[in-house]
Design a protein around this ligand. Structure first.
Ligand code: HMG
Length: 386
């Protein structure tokens, strides 16, 4: 039975900052941010947006009433959760009008969460033929104003409908994984922003990639010259490229140049959005499918990495005709119609947070789903009918 991603939705907030303007405001040579880090723009969520509203926006793009009837599993992967107890998935029941006869929960393991959800969904479909699973990656990457990580912030959500006979990507059974107790990046429950040992996190990321790459090739007796495309978790676009460089001596020059060319296509959207945390690998997939020169039945090696740390490389295959299942125009319009805000506007938004008994003014809301109020410390959400 073939199982995989049948539909793929993406949401990113309507506001962004220009990375050159951020560099100037921080007194940094712009080349460091645009070349050294590899970013152009950074998404800035409004204070009424969070992982629930972004998850709803991304999933709403792809779900038909017929799809909803078949969903029996709803998983949100996030590390920017809004509640220590109640999962984001439960809010989606009402916001998306999903059937109640489902298993719904949240998964956390830094940027690996969505991959954990996807693999779980694959196993679920294998034992529940005819059913579908909704896996959503939703995150706000926040390090703080004037921190080293600030340039690698971002926000957005990716929604994946997982089913039999998928239209976009088939998930294969070939996979290798690795877990180690590593202090490269963490966010204690008291803190809204993450802490990172930046350079160390880069080293661990590359070490995990190379170890998994070698393990995969050995375990599945893969000739590296036969790899079509390698997709990476993208905390910032230079990171995946640095990892790719670690295999330069393993492949021919022609193969390496081809892998680099494909990698460039996979980072086009990330360059203008930033780190989606657990959605980043899947934003790379989407970007590649939209912008890449994709071959028929092309094979993909997917490198998922979540600090702390868990890594996995698994293989997948692109389904021919995949482009009909992705709203390419809608995604391009969403990106093109965003509004650039100034660095001081971004700083104000960054420091704005709704408190208990605040009610959000609906006239300020730009999306369809939003945090409408906080009452008795309970976050309540609404949908503006379009
Ligand atoms: P930094 O110390 O400010 O930057 O922090 P740097 O000094 O390392 O410089 C960055 C690059 O810019 C260097 O290139 C410089 O040479 C270059 P590299 O040596 O790396 O190839 N550079 C220039 N290039 C062109 N023109 C110039 C110029 N000046 C310098 N004028 C760092 C950078 C990424 C460490 C920081 O932003 C950070 O801490 N970010 C957050 C952590 C992070 O993203 N880690 C990535 C791996 S861990 C991961 O992926 C998991 C994660 O997504 C979380 C999760 O799993 O949940 C983060």
């Amino acid at each position: 039975m073939s199982i995989g991603i049948d539909k793929l939705g993406f949401y990113t907030p309507k506001n962004y900052i220009d990375i050159v303007e951020l560099a100037e405001a921080r007194d940094v040579e712009p080349g460091k941010f645009t070349i050294g880090i590899g970013q152009d723009k950074q998404a800035v969520p409004n204070p009424y947006e969070d992982v629930v509203t972004m998850a709803a926006e991304a999933a709403n793009q792809i779900l038909t009433e017929d799809n909803k009837k078949d969903i029996e599993l709803v998983i949100v992967g996030t590390e920017s959760s809004i509640d220590e107890s109640k999962s984001s998935s439960t809010f989606l029941m009402d916001l998306l009008d999903l059937p109640n006869e489902v298993r719904a929960f949240e998964i956390k393991q830094a940027c690996y969460g969505a991959t954990a959800g996807l693999q779980m969904a694959k196993d679920f479909i294998a034992t529940h033929p005819g059913k579908k699973a909704l896996v959503i990656a939703s995150d706000i990457a926040k390090y703080g104003i004037k921190t080293a990580g600030e340039v690698t912030q971002g926000a957005g959500a990716i929604a994946m409908l997982v089913s039999e006979n998928p239209q976009i990507v088939e998930l294969e059974d070939k996979s290798v994984y690795l877990t180690k107790n590593v202090g490269d990046f963490w966010r204690p429950t008291f803190s809204k922003t993450a802490f990172a040992r930046g350079k160390y996190s880069n080293e661990i990321y590359m070490d995990f990639f190379k170890t998994l790459f070698d393990n995969y090739n050995q375990k599945f007796d893969q000739d590296v010259e036969n790899i079509d495309t390698l997709l990476f978790h993208i905390p910032y676009t230079k990171m995946g490229r640095k990892a790719l460089n670690t295999i330069e001596s393993d492949v021919s020059e022609e193969k390496f140049n081809d892998l680099v060319e494909r990698y460039q296509k996979s980072i086009e959207i990330s360059r203008s959005v930033g780190n989606l945390y657990t959605g980043s690998l899947y934003l790379g997939l989407l970007s590649y499918l939209i912008n890449g020169d994709v071959k028929d039945n092309e094979s993909l090696m997917m490198f998922s990495y979540g600090s702390g740390a868990v890594g996995e490389i698994y293989s997948a295959k692109v389904v021919s005709g995949f482009e009909k299942a992705i709203d390419i125009e809608g995604i391009k319009n969403m990106l093109d119609s965003r509004k650039k805000i100034s660095i001081s506007e971004y700083e104000t938004i960054f420091n704005t947070e709704y408190k208990n008994y605040d009610v959000v003014n609906i006239d300020t809301v730009e999306g369809e789903f939003y945090l409408s109020e906080i009452t008795e410390n309970e976050r309540l959400y609404s949908r503006i009918s379009k």
